[in-house]
Design a protein around this ligand. Structure first.
Ligand SMILES: [Fe+2]
Ligand SMILES: [Fe+2]
Length: 261
């Protein structure tokens, strides 16, 4: 194979899952099987991108320098920004991307839970529209994890269940309950994104320009979701302030843990 290090470890894991098969001397990933475990998604995408890169390099080089391909030994480069893998503040970027990915993943599960209960009611299309945007956010952070080589939090399976239960549980209180949950979560996420924007601006706004643009755009969309929640009677939910405070305490704990593990 033409890759090594963490990719090799990931492949061993994928092989155990039966996700990699040999075809004409090249490894081929069967995405459907590989994607069964959410935690493996970023690694699978990373491997696919890496293999495509190796294959293009081989074609260019005609295979003559099989074990000395420059692309395999050069620092990893983020294509659109020119930011290299080495010149970023690794602990800061690791933390930011890991927790944001976890947050978007959790938000998707919350909206999935809400849709399971309220999908066929009058607020179904409203929730669907917000969920569609969350899918876009998650997709972007999946890509950023590969670009910056950040591993996902090990808590994803837990956020999978907890997010769905929170969404479905609050939706069972009625559309006001679901919207109260949306207001609480989106307010926490917006606040959290604002903190990250301050951190990146203090670090180096030019170096992290693309990441800043992404976070600012998502922060604005989360604020829109927050306002949609208020417009749809979130404050009329039973025990609104208690519910909102409890959810926001949960969000704080989730952010604290996802940044670290
Ligand atoms: Fe989001
Ligand atoms: Fe949102």
């Amino acid at each position: 194979m033409l890759y090594n290090g963490w990719e090799r470890e990931a492949d061993i894991h994928l092989s155990r899952m039966g996700a990699v098969e040999q075809a004409d001397g090249c490894d081929v990933i069967r995405p459907r099987q590989a994607l069964v475990g959410g935690r493996m998604a970023a690694e699978v995408v990373g491997l696919q991108l890496r293999r495509a890169e190796c294959w293009r390099s081989l074609c260019r080089e005609g295979g003559r320098r099989r074990w000395h391909l420059p692309s395999l030994h050069s620092p990893y480069r983020c294509c659109s920004t020119g930011t290299t893998y080495e010149n970023i503040n690794r602990p800061v970027i690791d933390r930011i991307i890991r927790v944001d990915h976890a947050g978007e993943y959790g938000a998707n599960r919350i909206y999935a839970g809400q849709m399971a209960v309220l999908g066929r009611t009058s607020v179904g299309p409203v929730i669907r529209k917000m969920w569609d945007q969350e899918k876009g956010h998650l997709k972007k952070f999946n890509e950023l994890m590969v670009l910056y080589r950040v591993r996902p939090t090990i808590l994803l399976p837990f956020w999978n269940i907890a997010g769905f239960m929170l969404g479905a549980g609050t939706a069972l209180l009625g559309k006001e309950g679901a919207m109260a949950c949306t207001v609480a979560v989106e307010e926490s996420i917006s606040h959290h994104y604002n903190n990250q924007i301050r951190t990146l601006v203090e670090e180096d706004p030019e170096k992290y320009r693309e990441l800043l643009e992404v976070i600012k755009k998502f922060r604005d969309e989360e604020m829109e979701h927050h306002d949609i929640g208020l417009d749809h009677d979130a404050e009329l939910a039973p025990a609104y302030s208690i519910l909102k405070n409890a959810i926001q305490m949960g969000c704080k704990a989730a952010i604290f843990l996802s940044e670290r593990i």
